[in-house]
Design a binder for this molecule. Structure first.
Ligand SMILES: Cc1ncc(COP(=O)(O)O)c(C=O)c1O
Length: 470
């Protein structure tokens, strides 16, 4: 039997010699990487003096110096061989202690495994859990890799937990636990729910009440929860992160994907950890040996030293915790100022652009439905979706932002704006540029602007002073 041509190959006019796995057609991707490559290519063409970068899912700051010094020390000590397949015991002990403190639940070393980045936990969970008739549920909009990999392993049996528009503000999305319960009640065999807080792409946080209700559903309907809190330290307003593990009995139902990429600006190191019931870590360990053998030995030392002392081969690597805490706090404060500045500036464009409140991570997910409805946008520019708009913004205006629809159907009519980049080079001038673009579109549509370009400039200057005093 011949396999139909797979779309991913068809698009590139590539023809395999043999039949390949047809399930690959369910495998999606995250557009952040390919969009990023397009931005770089456009930058080289020098069409614009500068491209304002709001598409980046990477951190603004680079890795704190004490972490780099520990890695250099480990390399100089010739820590170049294989490491432990799960992570050296002392390293896992330090992580277990950290997660215990965070969640108030006793996490043991047998509940912890290191992984190359946070992402691999998604595939580990699916490979370990999903059987033939099982469904997986995940937030929509959400981090696109959940739907991509879950679609692949379930052969399309992925159910989106769709965000709806809030009653209080009809332009702002929210996830309702009642909608989730409807899915669970439907009788479909849901094995795994995937949730993320603080969330990519919205920058919103799932409240303690919602997490508590989700925990109750997990125990009632007996499904596991992949709890992705990789942005757990990037929280605003002095809020304390709430871990799903902290609810009674939830260590038995939780796979906690976490890591160092975002909190410690270590995306390129490929270092993360997963916390789960001991029986699952046993399976994950088996899968890990089959896939990547172990996390690099230097990374293992760093992973442990971030939370406590590590001693390996007679050399002590001192705990970095006290040195890192103030550095992380400084980074988080900068994210918070940039996020609040972005939101308050976008509010000048209401009702055309409606941002959500930023609570954590480094994203906002403004609603741009009314911009897409502008006569000039629809009839002259022939833009009919957030995707078209994102491409027009990039190629005609030098403003890079991902379309909300790339994060799921409920994200259509939104943009994902990352404010991770440098405030002076990108965020302040870039937001100003975006405001002017939208004001021009309103004017060209023959409609009344919420404010003039000059008024906007003055307000943005005031907001710059308000949020960035240094
Ligand atoms: C919600 C979420 N989870 C996981 C990841 C992957 O993290 P890592 O780079 O550590 O694999 C990302 C990266 O953007 C993310 O946004």
């Amino acid at each position: 039997m011949s396999i139909p041509m797979l779309k991913i190959l068809q698009d590139k006019k590539l023809t395999p010699l043999v039949d390949i796995n047809p399930d690959l057609d369910n495998l999606g991707t995250e557009s952040a990487f390919s969009f990023g490559a397009e931005v770089l290519a456009l930058e080289k063409e020098k069409k614009f003096p500068q491209i304002y970068k709001f598409h980046i899912g990477d951190t603004g700051p680079t890795t704190p110096e004490p972490i780099i010094e520990t890695a250099v020390k480990a390399l100089k000590n010739k820590q170049t061989k294989y490491g432990h397949f799960l992570g050296f015991p002392q390293v896992r002990e330090n992580i277990a202690r950290h997660v215990s403190e965070l969640s108030g639940v006793e996490i043991k070393i047998e509940n912890v495994m290191l992984e190359p980045g946070g992402k691999p936990a998604i595939e580990l969970a699916l490979q370990a859990l999903v059987g033939h008739d099982d469904y997986v549920v995940g937030q929509n909009p959400g981090f696109p890799i959940y739907e991509s990999l879950a679609g692949f392993y379930t052969r399309g049996k992925y159910i989106p937990w769709l965000a709806g528009y809030s009653v209080a503000n009809k332009a702002v999305l929210e996830f309702r636990v009642e909608d989730l319960e409807e899915i669970m009640k439907s009788g479909k065999k849901v094995k795994l729910l995937i949730i993320n807080t603080p969330q990519n792409p919205t920058g919103m946080v799932l409240s303690e009440d919602k997490l508590s209700a989700i925990a109750e559903l997990a125990k009632k309907y007996k499904f596991m929860v992949l709890f992705d809190d990789i942005y757990d330290r990037i929280l605003f307003g002095g809020k304390k992160h709430v871990s799903l593990l902290s609810f009674p009995g939830m260590l038995d139902y939780t796979i906690n994907l976490s890591g160092y990429s975002k909190n410690y600006a270590m995306t390129g190191w490929r270092l993360g950890y997963v916390v789960a019931p001991a029986w699952l870590i046993e399976i994950f360990g088996r899968l890990a040996v089959n896939k990547w053998s172990c996390v690099s030995r230097v990374n293992q030392i760093v992973a442990g030293a971030i939370f406590g002392d590590v001693e390996l081969d007679g050399v002590k690597y001192e705990s970095l915790k006290e040195k890192l805490d103030p550095l992380v706090e400084k980074d988080v404060a900068e994210y918070e100022h940039k996020g609040k500045f972005l939101v308050e500036t976008l509010r000048l464009l209401e009702p055309y652009v409606v941002p959500n409140e930023v609570e954590g991570a480094f994203y906002d997910f403004p609603n741009i439905h009314a911009v897409l409805e502008l006569p000039y946008v629809k009839n002259e520019l022939k833009i009919s979706s957030d995707k078209d708009f994102s491409r027009w913004l990039l190629y005609e205006k030098g403003f890079a932002a991902l379309p909300g629809g790339d994060f799921g159907q409920a994200g259509r009519g939104h943009l994902r704006l990352s404010y991770a980049e440098d405030r002076n080079k990108h965020i302040i001038p870039g937001v100003k540029h975006f405001v002017n673009i939208v004001l021009e579109l309103i004017e060209k549509s023959g409609l009344k602007s919420p404010l003039t370009v000059i008024e906007a400039e003055k307000r943005i200057e005031e907001l710059t002073d308000k949020y960035f005093q240094d």
